[in-house]
Design a protein around this ligand. Structure first.
Ligand SMILES: *[C@@H]1O[C@H](CO)[C@@H](O)[C@H](O)[C@H]1NC(C)=O
Ligand SMILES: *[C@@H]1O[C@H](CO)[C@@H](O)[C@H](O)[C@H]1NC(C)=O
Ligand SMILES: *[C@@H]1O[C@H](CO)[C@@H](O)[C@H](O)[C@H]1NC(C)=O
Ligand SMILES: *[C@@H]1O[C@H](CO)[C@@H](O)[C@H](O)[C@H]1NC(C)=O
Ligand SMILES: *[C@@H]1O[C@H](CO)[C@@H](O)[C@H](O)[C@H]1NC(C)=O
Ligand SMILES: *[C@@H]1O[C@H](CO)[C@@H](O)[C@H](O)[C@H]1NC(C)=O
Ligand SMILES: [Cu+2]
Length: 555
């Protein structure tokens, strides 16, 4: 199909001696890829890597040349006072319609490491995504030995079919869309698929005795992923663009939305080693993509020839929750953290699946003749017709109601077995939680066992939060807070809530705007596992949401 390749423009305009303004152009175009058309930025899958320094201001002009409505989200970027540039469709903006342009503008403040960008409408992020690398300010070091080279590693999920069509069909039947056909590493599936060829494998040439910084992003739609490199220890140094205490491991687990920066030293015998990724899948008895994507890390001038099979890493069983949970539990912030010690607002949200009866005239057969749903506090989010942020800014007009409940209406044994089917019916609504500026917020995310339980990666826009506690079973509001880590908990934008368990997060509500909170398994967001937090303005001029940009798309 049509391929428009407009190189990424970079114009440096100094605002002051340290920070610069960087301009990028994203042209949304289709491209023929493995016998189907995919939607891309500038013709690339994955899309272009954005490189900036902490303190820089970015202008990214997105022009939509395809037939789909498009928005782009800058995943994990705080968007201080610039919620208009956050990107989730019908939350902070209306879509960029075919033929239209919108320029995202924001400043990177206090964040360093790896984040990523992706489409935030329907399931277009399957192919519309790329890395964002934030370096320290000029002259400032990393808090770890400077690597000899840096490599983005983007883990993706691939369907041989048209993903938008699959989603539309599933929305009619009420069923889960078909599972994917492959995973990819930097856009390529690797050696273990039928179609595999010499050029369908990402190859990373390395030199012995060097240290590499791998900036790994889980851009998959519906799968948490294990990742490993044969015979090499990985030292985690950052997650979600926050630095961690160095943590050595041979297995990573990344939930969709999460990033992990690791140092790898090429200290092994000359040779070729696979890096590999496959699903961590915690929903018992459900179908999932059990394939394995590989890439090859080759020591240069290796005496091995292509006829020697590279060494394959050990990867845990798909249902090895112990390994997945242990990995998350071992992460610590590098420095002592600024965790809110007092809580002004304490939210308790159940997270889980549900069902909805279909009207007689529009039958469906998702499960037991019903439509699959997913909820926070038993409420399945209904996407509005216009953006929540615009509705808020210009006066609500009934687009949402500010009455999202702080706790579930019904208390029950959330993770118990055999929960009565009367519990399974979801309510629906476009409800939001209103938080005063600068309030200290705690959210306990409690998994349920309604229909089944599984790990849910919950992502909050506009904020990083501290994961102060996590556990299996039901949260105990008396005992569990005594065990919270208020000293050096990991700081992230996406928390993997354990299957059959809970996680507690804390943050200061210091960024005014309307912020989406949702499961980063796209299938669950489609079923309504989402809500929004409205953080009110403060009083000072720097405590208020900026006015909307002139080119903000309208619905
Ligand atoms: C999905 O189906 C529901 C109910 O039939 C409909 O209201 C909604 O617009 C559909 N959503 C999409 C994205 O097609
Ligand atoms: C590989 O090909 C075989 C035979 O055609 C088929 O049965 C199998 O499903 C394919 N596997 C994948 C992962 O596509
Ligand atoms: C993957 O799942 C398919 C069914 O979807 C099954 O036939 C196959 O044995 C599984 N492969 C592995 C390696 O588990
Ligand atoms: C993982 O799945 C296998 C079947 O594939 C099962 O035998 C095993 O008990 C499961 N392990 C856990 C921890 O659920
Ligand atoms: C959810 O709400 C529906 C409708 O009010 C109710 O039937 C169901 O029992 C509720 N489930 C839970 C877990 O609260
Ligand atoms: C694109 O977005 C506009 C504005 O919300 C909406 O009216 C239109 O139906 C959308 N088009 C498609 C194909 O979803
Ligand atoms: Cu989920």
């Amino acid at each position: 199909m049509l391929v428009i390749l407009i190189g990424v423009l970079r114009l440096g305009v100094s605002a002051n001696s340290e920070s610069i303004t960087r301009h990028y152009k994203f042209n949304i175009v289709t491209r023929l890829c493995v016998s189907k058309d995919i939607v891309t930025v500038n013709g690339h899958y994955p899309g272009p890597t954005i490189r900036a320094r902490e303190g820089d201001t970015l202008f990214i002009k997105v022009t939509n040349h395809v037939e789909h409505n498009v928005t782009i989200h800058w995943h994990g970027l705080r968007q201080l006072r610039t919620g208009w540039s956050d990107g989730p469709a019908y939350i902070t903006q209306c879509p960029i319609q075919p033929g239209k342009t919108y320029t995202y503008r924001f400043t990177i403040t206090g964040q360093e490491g790896t984040l990523w960008w992706h489409a935030h409408i329907s399931w277009l992020r399957a192919t519309l995504h790329g890395a964002i690398i934030i370096y320290p300010r000029r002259g400032l070091p990393y808090p770890f030995p400077h690597p000899d080279a840096e490599v983005p590693i983007i883990l993706g999920e691939w369907w041989n079919a048209d993903v938008e069509q699959l989603v539309a069909e599933a929305n009619i039947t009420g069923r889960a869309p078909d599972i994917s056909d492959a995973f990819t590493i930097n856009g390529l599936p690797g050696a273990l698929y039928n179609c595999s060829q010499e050029d369908s494998i990402f190859r990373l040439p390395v030199t012995a005795g060097k240290t590499y910084l791998l900036r790994i992003v889980n851009a998959a739609l519906n799968n948490e992923l294990f990742f490993s490199v044969a015979n090499h220890i990985l030292t985690v140094v950052a997650i979600d663009a926050t630095y961690t205490k160095p943590y050595k491991t041979d297995i990573l687990m990344l939930a969709p939305g999460q990033t992990t920066d690791v140092l790898l030293t090429t200290d092994q015998p000359w040779g070729a080693y696979y890096m590999a990724t496959q699903a961590y899948f915690s929903a018992a008895g459900m179908p999932f993509d059990n394939t394995t994507a590989t890439a090859i890390m080759e020591y240069q001038n290796s005496p091995l020839t292509y006829t020697d099979e590279p060494i394959m890493p050990y990867l845990p069983a798909f249902n090895d929750s112990q390994t997945a949970n242990d990995f998350s539990a071992n992460l610590r912030s590098l420095e002592n953290a600024k965790v809110p010690l007092d809580v002004d607002r304490d939210l308790f949200l159940t997270v889980g699946l549900a069902l909805k009866h279909c009207p007689l005239e529009k039958p469906c057969n998702g499960f037991q003749g019903q439509r699959l749903k997913a909820t926070f506090n038993n409420i399945s989010f209904v996407r509005p017709q216009t953006a929540l942020l615009q509705a808020y800014y210009y006066g609500n007009n009934g687009v949402y109601t500010p009455d999202f409940p702080d706790k579930p209406a019904l208390e029950f044994d959330y993770t118990g077995q055999g929960l009565p089917m009367s519990f399974w019916q979801a309510q629906q609504g476009t409800k939001i939680t209103v938080l005063p500026f600068n309030s200290n917020v705690q959210i306990v995310l409690q998994n349920t066992n309604i229909i089944g339980t599984e790990n849910h990666p919950i992502h909050l826009h506009g904020y990083n939060f501290y994961i102060v506690g996590r556990g299996i079973g039901n949260y105990d509001s008396i005992q569990d807070p005594c065990k919270f880590n208020l000293v050096d908990p990991p700081e992230r934008n996406t928390v993997a809530v354990p299957a059959g368990g809970w996680a507690a997060i804390r943050f200061k509500a210091d960024n005014p705007g309307v912020w989406f909170m949702h499961c980063h398994l796209e299938v669950h967001t489609s079923w309504g596992l989402a809500a929004a937090l409205l953080v009110e303005n403060g009083f000072g001029p720097l405590e208020r949401l900026e006015p909307p940009p002139y080119d903000l798309p309208q619905c």
